[in-house]
Ligand binder design. Structure first.
Ligand code: THU
Length: 160
């Protein structure tokens, strides 16, 4: 038996103002998208903004449903829309923000497992990393340079 170390690198910014200008703009668009989320059940609103290599910015937010599992997270709403509209474009980066009307979300909120798996598919497809910035409503912003830092040892089509 031998043990291997799996490491992830995360950069932490004190707040949105510490981000590089383009990343801050992307996060501001994620915040605007978050405000339009449809989250009547969880009251937990999430916004995502994607920048594409063709210059487009795609936004999405969580869309809930009375049949709970039928709803979809913000990240997947946005990335599937991008995949549907611009199948040849590469996703450069994604900004994600979450806020709740029942608690103060002031820690970075990263994506759920299904969203990580979905983003991983696009990294694999485009053969280049996607930078991900994530935050709550206020406070620190975390950044990973690749989805691989959020989903080490993931499953992809190389196993099929
Ligand atoms: N949610 C997202 O939109 N993205 C995530 O990565 C985590 C969870 C949404 C799903 C649901 O509408 C609400 O947040 C509470 O789970």
């Amino acid at each position: 038996m031998k043990e291997i170390q799996v490491t992830a690198t995360v950069q932490l910014f004190d707040d949105i103002d510490e981000l590089p200008a383009q990343a801050k703009q992307l996060m501001l668009q994620a915040i605007e998208a978050r405000k339009k989320a449809y989250a009547p059940y969880s009251k937990f609103r999430v916004g995502a903004a994607l920048s594409l290599d063709n210059g487009e910015i795609i936004t999405g937010n969580n869309q809930e449903n009375a049949a709970y599992p039928s709803g979809l997270c913000a990240e997947r709403v946005a990335i599937y829309y991008a995949g549907a509209q611009y199948p040849d474009a590469k996703v450069l980066s994604i900004a994600i923000t979450a806020a709740s009307s029942t608690t103060q979300v002031n820690e970075p909120i990263s994506s759920c497992g299904s969203c990580r798996q979905s983003i991983a598919e696009y990294e694999q497809k485009q053969k280049s990393p996607i930078a991900i910035y994530f935050m709550g409503e206020l406070g620190k912003v975390a950044k990973v340079n690749s989805l691989k830092d959020l989903l080490p040892l993931g499953f992809d089509n190389s196993f099929l």
